[in-house]
Design a protein around this ligand. Structure first.
Ligand code: HEC
Ligand code: HEC
Length: 158
């Protein structure tokens, strides 16, 4: 009985060692291939993309599944899938943000000749919410919500 128990434990330990060796082998460690990039540079590294995804999630106050769909069969996240419209919306937002920065921030200098480079990012508008438009205080909304040109400018002199 004692021997049998020893054997089971030994086999168990060996199994764990074998598994951890497999998990640290180079093939297993290679980052996942990025297969469906339409707005990011094609040669972006997984590490940089992953960091960007964390920043987007935090800026919108959401988790990955706000934009990414789960594969029903495997039960795993399918990050390459375009099933969720929120993902396409995010691509649009990314292009818009890049355009604003290129047009209004790049190569603009202040009176000291300092280049304004900070620009805008997702958090500038979103500030932790997926729907920044609902943050407009009620008293600034017209009868039917904000006017087509956007919320009214604050009264002058205040
Ligand atoms: C606000 C929406 C949004 C959120 C939140 C988000 N993503 Fe993404 N993700 C995208 C978009 C858009 C792309 C595609 C970019 C492109 O087309 O170049 C993408 C691409 C990816 C890819 C590359 C897939 C491929 O092979 O093409 C991975 C991996 C990924 N995201 C992981 C994550 C992880 C992990 C999280 C959570 C930490 C996350 N994303 C959160 C919008 C989002
Ligand atoms: C200039 C301000 C601004 C910037 C910068 C901005 N957004 Fe947005 N975003 C908005 C507004 C406003 C809405 C709401 C539009 C609506 O639904 O009427 C929105 C909506 C969205 C939505 C759709 C949410 C939904 O439920 O459909 C996503 C996703 C999103 N933004 C992602 C991003 C990401 C990712 C970035 C950075 C790459 C970004 N946004 C940068 C203003 C901005």
């Amino acid at each position: 009985m004692y021997l049998k128990k020893q054997l089971i434990i030994t086999v168990g330990v060996l199994g764990v060692v074998a598994l951890s060796v497999a998990a640290t082998s180079p093939q297993q460690q290679a980052p996942p291939k990025l297969v469906n990039l339409k707005v990011f540079p094609k040669n972006i590294s997984f590490r940089v993309l992953d960091h960007e995804m964390d920043v987007w999630s935090a800026s919108l106050g959401v988790h990955c599944n706000f934009c990414h769909a789960r594969n029903d069969q495997t039960g795993k996240m399918d990050f390459a899938s375009d099933a969720k419209p929120e993902k396409e919306a995010a691509r649009h937002m990314f292009l818009m943000t890049a355009k604003i920065n290129k047009k209004f921030f790049q190569a603009k200098k202040d009176s000291l000749g300092m280049v304004l480079t900070a620009g805008v990012n997702c958090n500038t508008c979103h500030n932790g919410t997926a729907h920044p438009e609902v943050k407009i205080p009620d008293e600034h909304r017209g009868p039917g919500g904000p006017p087509p040109g956007g919320p009214a400018a604050p009264p002058s002199g205040k």
